[in-house]
Ligand binder design. Sequence first.
Ligand code: URA
Ligand code: SF4
Length: 206
Amino acid sequence: YEGAEHYVPEGRGLAELREAAERCRGCDLYADATQTVFGAGPQDARVVMVGEVPGDREDATGKPFVGPAGGLLDKAMKEAGIDRDGVYVTNAVKHFRFTPAERGKRRIHKKPSRGQIVACRPWLVAELEAVTPGVVVCLGATAAQSLLGTDFRVSKQRGELLDLPGGEARVLATAHPSAILRAPADDREQAYQDLVKDLRIVAKAT
Ligand code: URA
Ligand code: SF4
């Protein structure tokens, strides 16, 4: 892929970045998605949450984390004492990736490829430069790989406050809310409590 680099305006605020991202063709995902789902939240946010890729609801509305995963994230943030209004929420990849269901019109979320994650990274880097948060939260392996490299293992280092490579911010990786929703019923409450526990560390660090 050519990557997003060439579409990202230099030294601009979030509004200019968001507008420019509507026209990005840095990888193949723009072709089948409805629209670019850029990050949302205040430019002076102290916390940035980074998910994986927009889902079906996000693709339809143009806003990140408005579907079931977003509902769970909102609940966990509230419980951890993080004010959602002071958080900038975004994704490692800005266009929905899906496969059509074998029957019907449902679109099934698909993980972005390594190439797509790398292609879209310039947008995430630009968002972090515009917002300059104190803490960046990687929700799941895709966000962690984008910002912390492919050797990073969420299973080994989740909940640790680390230095963000090449930045001033701290970074913490935790589970993705969708993984909690997909967990077997018996494990779900524990997985949710583990997320809240990690987010409490974020609340304390800001
Ligand atoms: N999952 C994500 O990673 N991001 C969203 O915006 C929604 C679901
Ligand atoms: Fe550009 Fe990212 Fe969309 Fe690919 S996914 S077209 S790099 S905004």
